[in-house]
Design a protein around this ligand. Structure first.
Ligand code: MLT
Ligand code: ZN
Length: 469
């Protein structure tokens, strides 16, 4: 047994350690990213408290062992993969909701709380936590904050960053820092909360969060606009955005995406659907009918071949279950699924969809496109049943993804709207950001983690040899 495993067992107790020979150890070498490789750590420590997380970070700095923080392992970009080996610090057991305060409109939670569980708990008290990544049944709040996760409702309510008021963070070396606040506003000092959210566990390990809550909207309703094809649906989204409508959700799914969920879905999607625009509104119950009618009429005017409404909770649940099934269903159907997460300025959605089609035609790789089109955030999936172990096949898939990145940047967009950069996209950051900007970010990382032991090899491209220290 390696030195570090023995030391951690001695200091923290063997009960927290998933070590060599443990049947679950390999799980900590994988996540939901489309990588064929597997990165086994020496061990995973399933921390139950801030003190334990801090101890792991102290011991690992003393021993110069890399540490990879991990939430629920639902990330899609390899952000939680221990690429340098060492120790995985998992927060999956830190699942306590410490406080829900309806007067202050805040919740205080540990990072391992499952997002959907938090939503249910606050909704039971008439409150609302809007960020709703598709993996909400199993992803955790700590991971959501680490990646600044979004989801469909980000269209109206914004992403995780907007709901994190305060953080407790354990730093490499074991120091514990509390930053932020629990008030609705506050500008004392620099905004370190913003500096930790979205850094994918490269600056510190989030051990507690103060989250902003809202009053729960009293009612919600869902409208499905059915279009002949994705171009028509994309054009309708552009027009709906120009109308100044502010539904809480404005989603798109192409035919390929819909076809993959048909068989499993309790909701019956129309056979003639070439693409679907999913629109959801919320507000006072007696305004729902009028809002749905307005949206329905507008979809008709914009060329919808059918418009369907869903107001009953069971029907709406069925629609959302189906929507959340798109990604897992594609993963099940194909041996390779390179799922990208580009985000373009809203005015460029139609052009971007055309360019994705063009890349698919040029590379002869099948695509499925769905996602948060109202935000310009498109999940472009490259799909293949070729051999994932064949390097040429993988290189071809990634060359298609790169073309999509290039088109995205040319249109003024960004590589990732919500999934993160992690491992899979770090080599493409140069397409979007200049070396000067990347270098300033490396210096920032160095401030928190001078030994580069905390989640190394993620988020930013490696320095080229010419400019390495
Ligand atoms: C979604 O919106 O379904 C996810 O963010 C995309 C995915 O799982 O690929
Ligand atoms: Zn998404």
């Amino acid at each position: 047994m390696s030195d570090i495993v023995a030391i951690l067992e001695r200091e923290l107790g063997a009960g927290l350690i998933v070590g060599p020979g443990h049947e679950r150890l390999d799980d900590y070498g994988r996540d939901e990213s489309p990588l064929p490789e597997f990165f086994p750590p020496q061990c995973a420590v399933l921390c139950e408290s801030t003190e334990q997380a801090s101890a792991v970070l102290r011991i690992c700095l003393e021993r110069k062992v890399p540490v990879t923080p991990r939430g629920a392992g639902s990330g899609m970009c390899g952000g939680a993969l221990p690429v340098a080996g060492g120790v995985v610090l998992s927060t999956e057991k830190m699942q306590r909701i410490l406080e829900i305060d309806p007067a202050d409109l805040v919740a205080v939670v540990q990072p391992g709380v499952v997002t959907g569980v938090l939503q249910q708990q606050v909704e039971a008290q008439g409150l609302f936590y809007p960020p709703d990544p598709a993996s909400l049944e199993f992803c955790s709040i700590g991971g959501n904050a680490a990646t600044n996760a979004g989801g469909p409702r980000a269209f109206k309510y914004g992403v995780t960053r907007e709901y994190v008021l305060g953080l407790e963070v354990a730093l490499m070396g074991g120091e514990v820092l509390r930053c932020g606040r629990r008030t609705a506003k506050g500008v004392t000092g620099y905004d370190l909360v913003a500096g930790f959210v979205g850094t994918e566990g490269t600056f510190g390990v989030i051990t507690e969060l103060v989250l902003k809550l809202l009053p729960k909207p009293p009612a919600a309703a869902t409208v499905l606009g059915v279009f002949a094809d994705i171009a028509a649906a994309g054009a309708a989204i552009t027009m709906l955005l120009r109308d100044g409508l502010r539904p809480r959700v404005l989603e798109l799914a192409d035919r390929h995406s819909i076809d993959h969920i048909r068989a499993k879905s309790r909701y019956r999607f129309p056979e003639n659907a070439g693409a679907i625009v999913l629109i959801e509104v919320d507000g006072e119950p007696d305004s729902m009918g009028m809002m749905m009618e307005k949206i329905g009429l507008r979809c008709d005017e914009l060329g919808a071949i059918d418009v369907l409404g869903a107001t009953e909770p069971a029907e709406r649940r069925a629609v959302w279950e189906a929507r959340r099934l798109i990604s897992p269903s594609l993963k099940e159907a194909y041996r390779i699924k390179v799922n990208e997460d580009v985000c373009v300025p809203r005015g460029k959605i139609v052009e971007m969809l055309a360019r994705v089609d063009q890349v698919s035609a040029e590379t002869k790789i099948a695509t499925a496109v769905f996602g948060h089109a109202g935000d310009g955030n498109l999940h472009v999936n490259f799909l293949s049943n070729d051999d994932p172990a064949d390097p040429a096949v993988r290189a071809h898939m990634w060359s298609a993804a790169k073309r999509v990145f290039e088109h995205t940047i040319a249109l003024g967009g960004t590589l990732s709207g919500e999934h993160g950069i992690g491992l899979t996209k770090r080599d493409y950051v140069h397409l979007e950001q200049r070396e000067q900007l990347i270098e300033w970010q490396r210096r920032w990382k160095q401030m928190w983690d001078p030994s580069n032991l905390l989640n190394p090899g993620k988020k930013l491209p490696a320095r080229t040899r010419a400019c390495s220290e």
